[in-house]
Design a protein around this ligand. Structure first.
Ligand code: FES
Length: 175
């Protein structure tokens, strides 16, 4: 079996050790009632997301139907079945931000990154998401990258905002 992850830019260098960790997590929680969510959380922190094979192994290990595991994964937004980028951008589309140009900010980001909402760039630097309000309505439109809030953003500022994140990831900006 090839132990290397085939995802482009994947940080999971050795999948066999990740699956060993997963087996340990499952063994730890196996006999605890209602432990599925804790196992999923732990698995997501190991793999970065919850691909089908991980869900299948959890279902088998906890002796429950795969459909139940998949149902919980798709119900909670904090679980992801797609690999995430190193940085997560959340563009606020709450009312204050929307009326002050949040949608244009989002459209420009989609253009710059070449991805849609919910997707991750091929180089795995950014995942693009939307938010409903991030508590900066007075300085709308706002967006976040990881835990940093950017206020009064406009489409022209975006390249400069993204640039340090590319540098931090050792990548060149796409545009
Ligand atoms: S609506 Fe965007 S920060 Fe509140």
């Amino acid at each position: 079996m090839d132990n290397k992850c085939s995802c482009q830019g994947c940080d999971v260098a050795d999948l066999s050790s990740s699956y060993e960790l997963l087996s340990g997590i499952i063994a730890k929680y196996k006999d605890r009632e209602g432990s599925l969510i804790q196992v999923l959380h732990a698995a997501q922190s190991v793999f970065g997301y919850l691909p089908f094979e991980v869900q299948r192994q959890i279902a088998e290990g906890l002796d429950m139907p795969l459909s139940e595991v998949s149902g919980v994964v798709s119900f909670y937004s904090f679980f992801s079945t797609q690999p995430k980028g190193k940085h997560t951008i959340r563009v606020c589309l709450g009312t204050a931000c929307y009326v002050r140009g949040g949608k244009k900010v989002l459209e420009r980001l989609q253009e710059l990154l070449g991805i849609d909402v919910g997707d991750t760039t091929d180089d795995r630097v950014f995942t693009l998401e939307v938010a409903r309000c991030i508590g900066s309505c007075g300085l709308a439109p706002a967006m976040m990258i990881d835990d940093t809030v950017y206020k009064q953003v406009n489409p022209e500022k975006l390249s400069a905002i993204l640039s340090p994140y590319y540098k931090d990831s050792g990548k060149e900006a796409e545009a």
